[in-house]
Ligand binder design. Structure first.
Ligand SMILES: NC(=O)C1=CN([C@@H]2O[C@H](COP(=O)(O)OP(=O)(O)OC[C@H]3O[C@@H](n4cnc5c(N)ncnc54)[C@H](O)[C@@H]3O)[C@@H](O)[C@H]2O)C=CC1
Ligand SMILES: NCC(=O)COP(=O)(O)O
Length: 320
């Protein structure tokens, strides 16, 4: 049996905690039995971060990008944003050309990349574009030991959320979640709980009508297709301990409705996984943490969980 392909791990924004959490994951790879990985980005940044941490990373495991930046922890630059974007492209190219089994992305600063690429929304959407898939097909799921959550709408202003929610969007993205939990997580009949948008799931229409007009009809359609979808559930109690055992994934209607419970419960082990694409892609749930970058205090546990989960999904897909 040939060795499985390595994962392609990006360094993220070089001013963030990406380089150091990648280095720590690499230094503990044997102890933690992590899947093999190569690193996409800059050898110069990896060497500088490695010197600061006392970890030496082999240049032979670095897929260099054609842009470079200095290692300036906590000080994001345009060069750093371009390097972060190039590392992501490089990792996707390794997968596309059959040299890596999946992509694990260290955190990037969206604001820093917006400044050099106004088409950029997030790494999730960037992966969809690279696969030639519609952006709505790339479904963000946050997975931790306590729960899995999916934001139905993601990186947009809260004021835009009601206008973006349609029955079609909810049906299409929930179908992707249902399929992925079967194929990538081995859950035979995933139980999917959908949250309402409004307080108390609209209180019979007195506090908003999206539940009656959009979310409930989507759930009826999904149930008609054999998907175990329930709701709309009031979001304020959906994540309570006694509720969390009643579903395999909770679908929230907007970013913070999904990410606040996940990060509150599972910040250090939360994985952001992209469902619905032909490629495997995971990321730690946290961001660039510019405030602590380079100080040697960043925890690598979410990055380690992301590497582990990408390896598991890639292995499951290879066996399918
Ligand atoms: N996967 C990705 O690429 C993500 C990127 N971001 C981006 O990150 C940037 C900063 O976002 P923030 O909201 O400030 O969130 P953040 O996650 O970077 O930081 C929030 C707080 O958590 C702490 N923290 C984060 N990671 C940590 C770690 N590994 N160990 C210890 N403490 C840690 C930080 O020091 C800070 O106090 C934004 O530009 C955002 O777009 C945010 C989330 C995910
Ligand atoms: N809040 C999640 C996040 O910002 C990560 O987004 P992406 O860059 O993975 O699309």
């Amino acid at each position: 049996m040939p060795d499985p392909l390595p994962l392609a791990v990006t360094i993220g924004d070089p001013a963030g905690v990406g380089p150091e959490i990648v280095l720590e994951a690499w230094s503990r790879r044997d102890e933690l039995r992590l899947p093999a990985f190569v690193v996409c980005g800059s050898a110069r940044v990896m060497q500088a971060a490695g010197r600061a941490l006392g970890i030496s990373f082999p240049d032979s495991l670095i897929a260099e990008t054609d842009v470079d930046a200095d290692y300036l922890p906590g000080q994001p630059t345009r060069d750093g944003a371009m390097l972060a974007r190039a590392a992501l492209s490089q990792a996707l190219e390794l997968v596309r050309t059959g040299r890596a089994s999946g992509v694990v992305t260290a955190p990037v600063s969206k604001a820093a990349i917006y400044a050099v690429d106004d088409t950029f929304v997030g790494q999730t959407e960037f992966c969809a574009d690279a696969c030639g898939a519609p952006r709505n097909d790339a479904v963000m799921m946050l997975a931790g030991p306590s729960l899995r959550t999916v934001p139905m709408t993601v990186h947009c202003a809260l004021a835009e959320v009601p206008g973006r929610l349609t029955r079609e969007l909810i049906v299409e993205r929930t179908r992707i979640v249902a399929r992925s939990l079967v194929t990538d997580y081995g859950i035979a009949n995933p139980r999917i709980a959908l949250a309402g948008l409004n307080p108390h799931a609209g209180e019979d229409g007195r506090m908003g009508r999206e539940e009656i007009a959009i979310i409930a009809p989507a759930i009826v359609q999904l149930r008609g297709e054999g998907i175990d979808a329930t709701g709309p559930h009031p979001a304020d109690t959906l994540f309570a301990p006694h509720k969390r055992g009643s579903y395999d994934v909770a679908i929230a209607m907007y970013h913070d409705q999904a990410l606040v419970p996940l990060k509150t419960l599972d910040f250090d082990e939360g994985v952001n996984v992209t469902l619905g694409l032909p490629i495997v892609r995971t990321s730690p749930d946290h961001g660039t943490a510019f405030d602590i970058a380079g100080k040697g205090v960043a925890r690598a546990s979410a990055m380690i969980a992301a590497i582990r989960m990408a390896g598991e999904i890639a292995a499951r897909r290879a066996d399918a």
